[in-house]
Design a protein around this ligand. Structure first.
Ligand code: ATP
Length: 592
């Protein structure tokens, strides 16, 4: 196919903003395109060379593109920048200056779509030392053969500025009309797209195998499936009503969603946006190889950073450490992760997206061997409001954002790329920062691991309860300590070590070492949450439930001016909790 023909269509598309008209133009374009070229035509129309998940971009900066242009036109830098200032668009500059060039050189053979595409591929794949010069050379070679209009679009594509306004969805419409007879069959095309994230491939299958091919379109390992998304409701009542009274509730972990593709020992990890993030998580790759028993499978999990010393979940921002290429090894050690698997979409040739949730869950359980790092999302079946509320509180206490409640009926398939009522998120709609710091008493310690071995990795902290004259645990703190702090605490606590829990300490948690309650330290946290494992204000709000500080951090201040009885009291924590609640609603108030 001649590139000039495609360019004519680009020109037509550029002139319209009407989606209907665009669809018509695309139908006519696809009709004219040979089936072996249609994927390339689709990518180029979208201004790319590959589907996004491949992660290969042309990546030519404007400055470099101008250099290539200069090479083929003998135009001066000054003139080029004048044109740029006047026209404001590299494509238009190319169109103008190439016209001038035409008088000087005759371009030989006409460009074909295949030729242009293969040179684009070459540009995208050229990496390493000297690659920039090479890219410019290839581009200049291409421009030397291009007509003014062709040059305009070539430059827009290579600089990532092809903005014809064509959306993926418009392309699906055009494919449905051309190969399926009407837009009514679009859902089949949409599904093909949602399970492959590759619109070029969908076009190719449509062009070669027609609607039947699209209907038979299959999931394949390596092609990311667009994620199923959830709607949101604010109360257990509403959720259960929406789900006809029953569902599966799961902890809603606050980390990074991963879609993991496994084919024997080859593992690819895709992000929620279908970017390939495998290189950020070599530890996950190794773990998946060990713990997942299926040969070929596609799984979904939420990956959460864990405090090495407390074992508690960290805020999702801590995964940022994985984004810096040079620091990944360090991040693996300092910010290890846990994966909480919640779905399976494909196992050894079988498409599981079409199966109801509980069947998928059973399959997931059967291929996953749990370990410290590899877990199943915590889940229960719920049929009443109280159970759901209790589970929700438990999830929050465990460091989660809330829960996901999912439909369990026959209809509960995995709907790729869709946001719907089969999954409902139930999060707390407030995020209150703890404004005040609290002063807490050290009552226990946990042996450190990794960099902290030989010292305490985390400390068990308590508030003071005036009425009972006891110290009640409220959090385990592992963050905020410098190396010097760790050394200092280790020494200071040496003389306070006890062989058993102090009689005035109330704790459900078992510390590695118990201390005489003496040292008071200042701590700041994110908020106060209900907790089944801490004894602060236990049974005051709810039976068998206490209060805890979420994401506690040592501020660096040792309160040597305070006696343990001067520490923050359980009553004060209840007040803080109440103030937090008040921000959302006056209801559910707790009396001190
Ligand atoms: P969305 O993904 O719905 O567009 P978002 O990115 O803002 O929204 P949330 O609204 O917080 O995320 O909730 C959905 C996300 O929760 C999922 O995309 C997934 O990453 C995460 N998640 C955590 N635990 C689970 C679970 N058990 N089941 C499904 N998703 C979970």
């Amino acid at each position: 196919m001649l590139f000039s023909e495609l360019v004519e269509y680009f020109e037509r598309l550029e002139k319209t903003t009407s989606r209907i008209e665009m669809t018509d133009i695309l139908v006519s374009l696809f009709h004219k395109t040979p089936s072996e070229t249609i994927d390339k035509v689709v990518y180029l129309t979208l201004g790319v060379v590959y589907p996004e998940y491949v992660g290969l971009e042309l990546g030519i900066a404007d400055k470099l593109a101008l250099r290539a242009l200069k090479q083929v036109t003998n135009i001066t830098d000054k003139q080029l920048s004048e044109y740029m200032a006047k026209l404001g668009d590299l494509g238009l500059v190319a169109e103008t200056v190439i016209t001038k060039k035409e008088q000087m050189t005759l371009f030989s053979e006409p460009l074909t779509v295949e030729k242009v595409y293969s040179l684009f591929e070459k540009i995208a794949k050229t990496t390493g030392e000297g690659s920039i010069d090479l890219k410019i050379q290839i581009l200049a070679g291409l421009l030397a053969q291009a007509s003014p209009k062709e040059a305009k679009h070539i430059l827009r594509i290579v600089t990532g500025k092809m903005r014809l306004g064509v959306a993926d969805m418009t392309i699906l419409d055009a494919l449905a009309i051309l190969y399926g007879g009407s837009k009514d069959v679009r859902e089949h095309f949409e599904r093909a797209y949602n399970i492959s994230s590759d619109i070029g491939l969908v076009a190719k299958v449509a062009a070669t195998e027609g609607l039947e091919g699209i209907k038979k379109f299959k999931i394949s390992i390596g092609k990311p499936i667009r994620p199923m998304l959830a709607e949101r409701l604010a109360s257990a009542d509403e959720i259960l009503e929406k789900l006809d009274g029953k569902g599966m509730a799961e902890y809603k972990y606050d980390g990074e969603r991963m879609q993991i593709h496994k084919s024997n020992d080859k593992i690819i990890i895709y992000s929620r946006r279908q970017e390939n993030i495998t290189h950020q998580y070599p530890d996950v790759v190794e773990e998946v190889k060990k713990q997942i028993k299926a040969k070929e499978t596609i799984l979904e999990c939420e990956t959460v950073a864990i405090d090495v010393n407390t074992g508690e979940m960290l805020p999702f921002q801590e995964l940022m450490h994985r984004k810096r290429k040079k620091e990944i090894e360090k991040a693996i050690e300092e910010y290890p992760v846990n994966m909480f698997f919640f779905d399976v979409l494909y196992i050894d040739g079988e498409d599981f997206t079409v199966k109801p949730l509980l069947e998928r869950r059973h399959a997931l359980e059967s291929i996953l061997q749990e370990s410290e790092m590899t877990r199943l999302s915590k889940a229960i079946l719920v049929g009443d409001k109280e159970t759901l509320e209790r589970f929700f509180e438990e999830a929050v206490a465990a460091g989660c954002e809330g829960v996901m409640v999912k439909a369990v009926g026959k209809e509960s398939i995995y709907r790729a790329g869709a946001r719907g009522w089969l999954w409902i998120k139930y999060k707390r709609d407030y995020k209150s920062e703890m404004i005040d710091t609290v002063d807490l008493v050290i009552v226990g310690g946990f042996y450190g691991r990794g960099k902290r071995s030989g010292r305490y990795g985390a400390l068990l902290l308590a508030v003071y309860d005036k009425t009972r004259d006891t110290f009640q645990t409220v959090c385990k703190v592992g963050s905020g300590f410098t190396d010097e702090d760790l050394e200092k605490f280790h020494q200071m606590l040496e003389s306070l070590k006890l062989s058993h829990k102090h009689a005035r300490v109330e704790s459900i948690m078992e510390a590695d070492v118990w201390f005489e309650p003496k040292i008071v330290i200042e701590v700041i946290g994110a908020e106060i949450t209900q907790s089944p494992v801490h004894t602060c204000a236990r049974d005051k709000i709810k039976k068998d439930t206490g209060l805890a500080i979420r994401f506690p951090r040592y501020t660096g201040r040792l309160r040597t001016d305070k006696k343990p009885e001067d520490a923050t009291t359980a009553e004060e924590i209840i007040e803080m909790y109440n103030r937090q609640l008040k921000k959302i609603t006056e209801a559910e108030k707790v009396s001190v």
